[in-house]
Design a protein around this ligand. Structure first.
Ligand code: SF4
Length: 334
């Protein structure tokens, strides 16, 4: 297989931004060396090699790729992500390395103390894309960065409760662009939300506690998202109550998946918040802008606020935390 990338250069001599982003994405996935040839389409120079190829194939946008197989058959690919998924990901990387069921307890013992990258790679090699990463728009962004650097295919989903901060929607777009990945958006059931709104209005959590609203907007959608998965990856850490004893791998204590058990990977279990932000800095990972405004939790707009020095709750602060029952951590940034 021979892959040609056609990149655009502006009349000013600058490369086009989209082409630069595509190259960056391929480099991050360690796939840049799989591009055999780069042809420049120079704005205003009809005879530049890239424009000649673009005319030949009737393409008017950049970048695009020409993939030639062993028989000389050419395929035009206009999406970098599609190129990665359909032409550059080897079958061995797409498929789990073993068809045997995972011995969860043994794997947890073996990987306790391992670096998060190692645990994440293990998850993706075992389960491939049947093991999505749950991304709330928060600190788990480091998992997306690690997954991208692993060069393995991965899936990401996020829960859109309908009550998120505007900054979160913008941030999700930034992360999509940065890592060139799709982020599957999981929504609550419309009928359930409508029934709650009709019966109790938009802010029932202020009177009744957050349990009912969270169940409709977060927990049940998450359960539905996991129904077809064999495993999933969360950003759960031990330094966050009530997850002080979270193992790096476990049978999911809350949700059921396509197979039994649903395996839950927590590569960041042993990390502190400091470790996460150190990684964000070292790898120039895009961080949610609200972290810079004092937020520790990125959740729904009406239910989160910046942390202050008093140590007062920054989520659901109107509820009596002292009397709130201990509940298992559902994961997924909930
Ligand atoms: S965090 Fe607040 S708005 Fe979001 S689902 Fe829970 S109760 Fe509803």
């Amino acid at each position: 297989m021979h892959v040609t990338m056609v990149k655009k250069r502006l009349a000013s001599g600058e490369p086009c931004e989209k082409c630069a982003q595509a190259e960056e994405m391929l480099r991050r996935r360690d796939l840049w060396e799989r591009i055999d040839e780069v042809l420049w389409a120079v704005e205003g120079e009809a005879d530049s090699p890239g424009l000649v190829v673009a005319r030949k194939h009737g393409i008017e946008l950049a970048p695009f790729f020409v993939v030639r197989d062993e028989e000389g058959q050419e395929t035009i690919v206009t999406s970098t992500l599609r190129l990665v998924k359909q032409h550059l990901a080897t079958p061995a990387r797409d498929m789990p390395s073993s068809a045997a069921p995972l011995d969860v307890e043994h794997a947890a013992r073996e990987l306790e103390g391992a670096e998060p990258e190692t645990i994440l790679r293990f998850a993706l090699e075992q389960f491939g894309e049947r093991c999505p990463i749950a991304f709330s728009g928060g600190e788990e962004v480091v998992l997306l960065d690690m997954a991208t650097r692993s060069g393995l295919p991965f899936r990401v989903f996020t829960l859109d409760t309908g009550r998120l901060h505007d900054e979160t929607y913008e941030y999700l777009d930034e992360v999509r662009r940065r890592y060139g990945c799709e982020i599957e958006v999981v929504l609550p059931d419309t009928d359930e939300v409508t029934a709650l709104l009709r019966a109790k209005g938009p802010n029932s959590f202020l009177r009744d506690g957050h349990g009912e609203c969270c169940a409709i907007r977060k927990l049940r959608p998450l359960g539905r998202a996991l129904r077809h998965a064999d495993a999933w990856i969360t950003g759960t850490r031990r330094d966050g109550r009530p997850t002080a004893d979270a193992p790096v791998i476990q049978r999911d204590p809350v949700f059921r998946g396509a197979s039994d058990p649903l395996v839950r990977f927590q590569p960041l279990a042993a990390w502190s918040r400091l470790d996460v932000f150190d990684t964000i800095r070292r790898h120039d990972v895009p961080a949610h802008p609200l972290f810079g405004a004092g937020y520790a939790h990125i959740g729904c707009l009406p239910c989160t606020r910046p942390r202050d020095e008093s140590g007062a709750p920054d989520r659901w602060w109107w509820e009596d935390e002292a009397e709130a029952p201990e509940r298992p951590d559902p994961g997924g940034g909930i």
